[in-house]
Structures are given as C-alpha cells and as structure tokens.
Design a binder for this molecule. Sequence first.
Ligand code: FES
Ligand SMILES: [Fe+2]
Length: 320
Amino acid sequence: MTPTTPTTPHSGWYLLAFRSELPVEPSPLAIGDRQLVALREGERVRVFDAACPHRGAHLGYGGRRESDCLVCPFHGRRIALGDSSRAWSVAEYPVLLWGDAVFARLSDDPAGDRGFERAVKEYADDYPLVPAVSLPVAVDAAYVVENAFDADHFKAVHKVPGVRGMTAGPGPSGELTVEGEFLMQTSPWQDERRKEEVRWQAIRTNTVRWDYRPRFLARAYSPGVVVTEFGPENDVQVIVTGAVPTAGGCTARVAVAVRENQHGALPVLIEGSRKALAEDKVVWEHLVPGAPERLDGRDAPVVAFRDFCADFPAAPEAFR
Ligand code: FES
Ligand SMILES: [Fe+2]
C-alpha cells in the first residue's frame, strides 16, 4: 500500500454504507478510527458514536435497542441516542439518504457541505441510487475520488479512446468540478452485440467514427464523495463514487443511477463500474511507496483536487 499519513477525518460527506450493508440492528460502522453505530427506523437510518460513555464498549457489538436508548453490552447502562441533556448519551451525526446509499458526516459545520445536501435533494427522485460496488482497497481514500480528476488515466487504465477538455474549477457552493468530453465509437454501456456491430462496421468501411461523445461532468463535494454525470444530455447516467478510510486503506463504494425510462441500462452500468474499479485497484495497490511525484500541466485537475482536499476543514474531535 502507498504510504499514508494518518489523516484526521474531514468534515464533509462520506458514502458510509449501502442499506444492504446494515442487515443487523444495530450495525457497527467506522470512518477511519472513528467508531460508529447505525440504527434503522423504517426508511430512516441514524448514525451515532459507538463508544459507550461509561467505559468505551462498542454499542454496535451486542448493544440492544430499547425505545430511545441502546443498552450497553458491557454493564447494561441505558445510553440515550443523540440527547446530550441525558446523563448517558452518544452523539448523533448528520445523515443523508439517496436511494440505497447512506451518506454521513462527522460534523454539521456548513463549510463542509459544499452543496451536497441540495444536490441529493435534486437528484434523489429522478436518479435513485443502487449499489454497484463496495470493495476494500489498499490505498489511501483520497486516490479513489481523485480518480475522476485524473484525465489521462481514462485512456491508459480504462481504454477510453479519447478524452477532451477536462478542466477543473470551483462550483457555486465550493464543490470542485471537472468537465470534459469522451470520444467513443459507441456507448460503453451498450451490450456486447451492439459494440461488436460497431467494430465490424469500422473494419468494413475502414473508418473509425467517434459517434458517441458523452459529456463527463464530475463534482467532488468532499475529499470522499464525487458525483459524475456521464452521457449525452438525453441519456445521462449518474455515478457516485465514495471512499471511507479504514486501517488497511479504504472501502471504495460506487453507486449508480439512471432515469426510470432507462432502467434497461442499469445492469451494464453496474458491470461497467465494477470492471472500472477493478482496473483502478490494480494500479492503486501497486503504487511504489515513497516514489517521488512529478506532476505537470496535464495533471492540473489532480492538483486542483489536492488543493480542494488540503483546504477542507477537519472534523471536530468530538461532536455535540
Ligand atoms: S461500558 Fe457501557 S455500561 Fe459500561
Ligand atoms: Fe478510474
């Protein structure tokens, strides 16, 4: 794994889990060494500090829900949920739900939101997210989101024939955007038969036509979450990539969404996302530790992303 400096969690959003990853009640979770516990209440998901304020038992392992409390598995005290007026209570963290994806923050500092809460409201109805990948990766979490800003890697790693533009800049709420155009013969989400037809046509006519020129528009709302709109205007697909730090690197998650009338595209999009992450993982997990970097002008969007991360406020030590 590449060398990582222990980083304080940032105050922005994390793609903390998919609903399907919270099968038990309560469910233990973590962001780096911050231990958390999730509870489901119907459609709602709530996330709390996991450490019992008495002597630090993890409430996600053996804690038992009793009305508005978790009963601690160590000494049986009743620990209130996000109610600091009570003698024993654990802090509750902000949570956003978008389709099957559960996003959480370790802070409610507005400076860390960067417009994500509004973006989720705007996307959620038309583009309900479904899980595509949840995968441990032995690399610093920052690499996963940085990937969207790494213009050259799309050709080298993912075999995209051409990439144009890819200019990064700040969005209206302090998110970081990068926008460009991919040059392709056909949609990568087409089924194999259609792709084969296009390949044969290119051979027959001895001309390669870049007929599919999807727009690529990615917005990083935190060092750990990027939302990408991909495709022509009438056929946009949404791909959300997130990374949560773990002891061995991070857990990378990808969730995808299409409009209701495009549902047929989902299986191919899910498969494509899995394949892409597997391709990235090979490179990430073999980065040479300590190798010096020489970034040049072509890496400008990566540099912009790193500046965005460096500038991001850290999460407070303790919340409420
Ligand atoms: S550690 Fe939870 S009650 Fe003692
Ligand atoms: Fe990639």
